[in-house]
Design a protein around this ligand. Sequence first.
Ligand SMILES: NC(=O)c1ccc[n+]([C@@H]2O[C@H](COP(=O)([O-])OP(=O)(O)OC[C@H]3O[C@@H](n4cnc5c(N)ncnc54)[C@H](OP(=O)(O)O)[C@@H]3O)[C@@H](O)[C@H]2O)c1
Length: 412
Amino acid sequence: MSVIKVAILGFGTVGEGVYKTIQSHAEELERVLGRKVEVAAILIKNKQKKRNINEDVLITSDFNEILSLPQLDVVVEAIVGKEPTLTLLKQAIQRGSHIITANKEMFAHHGNELFELAERHKVSIGFEATVAGGIPVIQTLRQLLNVNRVHTVQGILNGTSNFILTEMREKKQSFADALSLAQKKGYAEVDPTNDVEGFDAFYKTMILSRIAFGEEPNWQDVERVGISSITSELIETAEKLGLRFKHIASINKTCSHINAAVKPVLVGKSHPFYSVEGVENAVNVHSDIVGRITLQGPGAGMFPTASAVIEDLVYVCQNQPSNKNFTITTAENNEVKKGNKIELWLIQGLSKNYHHPLITWVAQATDEAAVIQATREEIEELLIQQKATCCFPILGEYEPESKNQEETVAIL
Ligand SMILES: NC(=O)c1ccc[n+]([C@@H]2O[C@H](COP(=O)([O-])OP(=O)(O)OC[C@H]3O[C@@H](n4cnc5c(N)ncnc54)[C@H](OP(=O)(O)O)[C@@H]3O)[C@@H](O)[C@H]2O)c1
């Protein structure tokens, strides 16, 4: 019986997880694919490190040795940074191997280039692990929502930011203390910028946009705000109003225009993201036939990420030579022009005595913090006039906490 030969680039958290899973799930892989899967080679950087790898596997820091193997069906990439990754993957495609990547930064920048090359060489690309770790969101959009027209995709895509926000709320910690704990637990890098300033979530959002809408917004037009300006006082105020801060990526398409944003927003108890805590990720897809679907699960880690890679291994091996990339059935969202739509906001610094004919008070936490209904333009004006010190949008339905405050207010 023929064998599927795999090379793994990188033997860190993800690479080692993939190696171990190919061994632990050998029977299942053989049953599904009808062939055994064998790791033929592993690319590493530091040859001195001790690793628990079988003797018959080629371990090398020279990619040419891997390219020269007599058979190389799939190359799994789990190293860091845009280069040399892109160069290695292009070489693998040119050699005729399917590729699977976990590297969102590289893939957000160069995914299109790789897809064009893969199409020419009739190989497939798996990239499930680039977005939301173990949650099968790419395959769900790519394979299971082909006829549905996708309206909106929203997600908590960075476990580190979600962990920090959860710690700040539950333990009343400052941002700095919660970040330091995330670093101690290995959730955040020594330089946490990518996670806490929203770059990591931004790359994932661009990948999701391509899958859900067949294209990306202009990167410069995407609002990207991290969580470093959220204070524990703000979190406490929001909690008094029954709201929680979440760092949410949202993408939708209006009149042939893709709108995307990655920023802290508030959600009430009925929102599916309200209880997504710690390092968990979640993705909510709103499409025309099925309605809203929420997928939730571990967004990172050795085995959740290996799970995404292994399922991709099956996908690329079964789909050869077709390379169906992106869902392009999208719903045109005939929303009111951005800026004129009435939305719900948590606002600070605006006295209850402030009267404006277009602003509706919904609930109040303190004299100066409240939930109001207003348009984005009105909010921006309040901030310019310095009547409000800060404000955050609320997603989904909002149900005021206290009895004398009105019924549920829904702005979707
Ligand atoms: N960790 C997660 O939970 C997770 C989840 C989803 C996606 N990802 C993505 O997956 C990728 C890998 O993440 P990771 O956490 O596994 O990283 P990691 O633990 O730091 O491991 C990186 C591995 O890549 C190897 N490497 C680095 N540069 C190399 C080079 N130039 N040539 C050959 N090998 C090189 C390292 O070799 P040495 O061992 O010799 O140093 C190491 O084995 C990243 O792009 C990350 O964003 C990670």
